[in-house]
Each structure stands twice: as structure tokens, then as C-alpha cells.
Design a protein around this ligand. Sequence first.
Ligand code: AVJ
Length: 338
Amino acid sequence: LDILDIDIAQSRTSNRLKVRTAKKQPAFSSFADDVSTGLSATPKTLPPRYFYDKAGSELFEEICNSPEYYPTDCEREIIDDNMHEIAQAFDSETCIVELGSGSSVKTELILKAFMHLNGRLEYVPIDISKSMLVESSRKLLRKYNKLHITALAADYQTALDHLRQNRTDRKLILFLGSSIGNFTADEQIAFLSGIREDMDESDRLLIGIDLIKDRDILESAYNDSRGITARFNLNLLHRINRELDSDFNLDAFQHQAHLNEKKGRVEMHLRSLEDQTVTIDALYKEFRFTENETIHTENSYKFTRQQILDLAFDSGFTVDTSWYDRKQWFSVNLFHPV
Ligand code: AVJ
């Protein structure tokens, strides 16, 4: 097994906050390379992880607050209704590790339930955005004086490798919001198996997974009436313009989202409204688009209950418990390593 040698810069912002940054860049290819590869492919694609620059992260928060985007509300309801049952399954030595912490309203409910039962709590949020991490950590620490935070500004794999080498506490790992849905079936198994490798027998994974449902509900969640999802999708072109000196005309592309029923996923695309050529100076390249040609920017897989059981099994877990909201649109699942 390949263990990344990470360089840790530590700063003590308060006596209950540590922020650790992976100095070495993660093993990802660069934005420029990924844009070049994606736009040279047929059909054209761009990886969804590049949605989340500062503007994109803010737009995503807005999506979560829009009435059509049901996953946030459903997941919050599930956690709200069941957090005490969840917390009771863990002892006072348990620390909570969160992958992709982002907005922490849902997490805060879990943290509160744990502190209520056990008092002092160690929370390890992991995110690639250091500014978001520090800001939300400070906010939490001001509210809860039994809380201790070690924030890891790193990609998931680097952070998990670091954790495995540095701590012995029992862990509850949170992976909320159905972020797993951005991965293809093979990637989902590879990702969860990787997490499994970093877990001990008594550790648990709490994972939010969106369920397959009627086309209308799914498609309006990704085509909200205020057009925030459209702005979120188009922001990717804006980011390429800004960071790679290109001349995408944002008025010549249109947001599109639909359910691909056969593949069990919602797809987002950017559709070219005309024949056009875009120049990306940083790549010394031009890309031609025909009218109606699309760039495939995101897959969001939706699961059946059986698919969740299969995913757990294929990644080295069993499912302890699955909780659902009243409409049964979303699930939160406690995975147990086998
Ligand atoms: C953060 C990946 C779970 O797929 O629903 C929201 C991102 N894209 N609206 C999702 C997203 C469009 C979201 N995930």
C-alpha cells in the first residue's frame, strides 16, 4: 500500500483549534490538464470537482437552500429524528471525522447529540477549502466549549492516510449529502474500499445516499426556478475564463439537467447554442462546438435500497441501519466494516 508522505504545517489558532494543511498537492492532475483532456474528448466532459471555487461553493450553498433541492431538507430531517439513536451507539472516546464538511448545519446536529451524551468531543473536518474550514470551525468553537477541532485542509485520501498514521481513537466518519453520487459505480467502490482500509473494526461510516424517484421531482431539483443550479453549472466556464484565459461566451451556453433513467442518474450538461470556437490561451488551444453539442459536467447517481446494500457489500461493509425521511426520498446509512 502506498502511503503518501505529507508535509504538515500546524498553527494554533486557539487552544481548541488546530489547522493542518497538506502542503504537497494531491495526486490529482491539474485543472489545465483536466480541461484540456475533457474538452478534447468525444463527447466533451469536465470533472464536477472543479465546480467548487469560492463562487461555486457559495452557489452550492444557495442550491441547498432552494425549495426544489430536496436532499438537504430530507437529510436534515433524518438526522434530526435519529441523532440520539446514532449517538447512543458510540462511546465517549469516539471522534467524528467528516469528509467534505462544507456547510455544517446537519453536522452540527450530530455534534450536539454527541456532546449531550458524552461531553467533550473531538471533531476532524476535512475539506480542500482551507478558508471555509477555518471559518466554520471558529463559528462552531464559539458556540460549543466542549468541542475540540483538528481541521485538515487536504483531499480525502491524503487526510485519511494522515489520520491512520496519527490517531488511535475510535472514529465515526461522516460522508453526507450524497456526494458519493458524483462517482461512477466502479469509482464508488474504489472510494469506499479506500476508506474501509483506513478504518478499524469498531469504526463506523455514516453515509447519506439519495434514492431513485419520479422524474419530475428529480428534474426540478436540478432545474430550480430561480436558476441557481444554472449559474452553478455555468460558473465552471467562468472559472476556465478566469484561470486559463479563455473566451467562453456564457450567453452562448445553456444549463441542461435531465434524468438518464437507464443509467439511474441525473446528468448536467452545458449546451452550445450555436456553432462556435473557444480559445483557451493557457493551453494554446482552440475548441470547436457545434450547435446543440454539450459538455457533460456532472453525474448524480440515485440509488435503490438494494443498490445501497450491494455498494456496502462490494466495498467491504455491511449496513447496520438505514434511516429514511417521511417521504422516503433520501437515506442515511450506518456502514460497519467486515
Ligand atoms: C454535492 C454532488 C451531492 O449531485 O446533488 C447539486 C451537487 N449539482 N445540484 C448533487 C449538485 C447540482 C450535488 N452533490
